[in-house]
Design a protein around this ligand. Structure first.
Ligand code: NAP
Length: 240
């Protein structure tokens, strides 16, 4: 049986990825972070292979506790999808934002979006080492690309996603020769998911649609696995 860990799975892309893998017969350890979202619990009734796991990726102890929980149920993971991200907060992270730059929020964003992804991979790596597929997937963003990002404000989210790409690059440099393969995915501008599962207005893409394409890319082997590429939901490659 194939097994995966997905972070930030209460809603949005993480939940859609979780349900997509369950539909394909995977066992999924789904990171739970939001107390007021019950969509994962509701899905448990439909999918016996779904295992919600409390996981705050900003806390090393929480990641260690989650890993201990997962180890009680499996000796290996085939794939990890680092999806959790902090995207909220007031518009205060640019020179020309409404408020001064909020450095404590900037640090928190790094802890979740960059360091959280790194620590999850580090702590869960022995389980992936014991699995067959050895695939590490990172949900990045179009704003992570130094080459293509043209915003003149918003240090917080943008810097953390670029740092995530660099972390993925270092892991790739170290682990590709040992049989690991990598995916760096830009999901597009997705609709927000409300607590009842309905979609908020605005944005281009439903997370189910982006997750469908993500899973195609995450599960299929590439002809050029020796390259670390950033791809979008249309399968196009981005400079980063
Ligand atoms: N939405 C877009 O248009 C878009 C565009 C480009 C890239 N992305 C990326 O796509 C991924 C999924 O986005 P989404 O739209 O599905 O967002 P989402 O609905 O906000 O899902 C991300 C999940 O991660 C959670 N999270 C936040 N801090 C966490 C922590 N410390 N530990 C564990 N989980 C935590 C979020 O909770 P909270 O809501 O409480 O923070 C949320 O449940 C993210 O990596 C995001 O950066 C999104």
């Amino acid at each position: 049986m194939r097994t995966a860990l997905i972070t930030g799975a209460d809603r949005g892309l993480g939940l859609s990825l979780t349900l997509g893998l369950l539909e394909q017969g995977w066992q999924v350890f789904a990171g739970r972070f939001l107390p007021d979202y019950r969509l994962l619990d509701e899905a448990c009734a439909r999918y016996p292979l779904l295992r919600p796991v409390p996981l705050d990726v900003s806390s090393r102890q929480s990641i260690l506790d989650a890993c201990a929980m997962v180890r009680q149920e499996t000796e290996y993971l085939d794939m990890i999808i680092s999806n959790a991200a902090y995207m909220g907060g007031p518009n205060s992270s640019g020179f020309r934002g409404e408020l001064p730059i909020d450095y404590s929020l900037l640090e928190y964003s790094f802890r979740v979006n960059s360091l959280g992804a790194l620590q999850v991979m580090e702590i869960f790596l022995p389980l992936v080492e014991a699995g067959e597929m050895k695939r590490l997937c990172f949900v990045s963003s179009e704003v992570s690309s130094v080459t293509m990002m043209h915003r003149d404000a918003g240090f917080r989210y943008t810097m953390t996603k670029t740092a995530l790409n660099v972390a993925a690059r270092i892991m790739y440099n170290q682990l590709f020769e040992k049989g690991y393969t990598f995916r760096l995915y830009q999901p597009g501008w997705m609709k927000r998911v409300n607590p009842d599962g309905s979609r908020a207005e605005g944005a281009d893409i439903d997370p189910d649609l982006s997750a469908g394409e993500a899973l195609r890319q995450f599960l299929e082997d590439r002809e050029d696995e020796q390259r670390l590429v950033l791809t979008d939901y249309l399968g196009h490659e981005w400079a980063y």
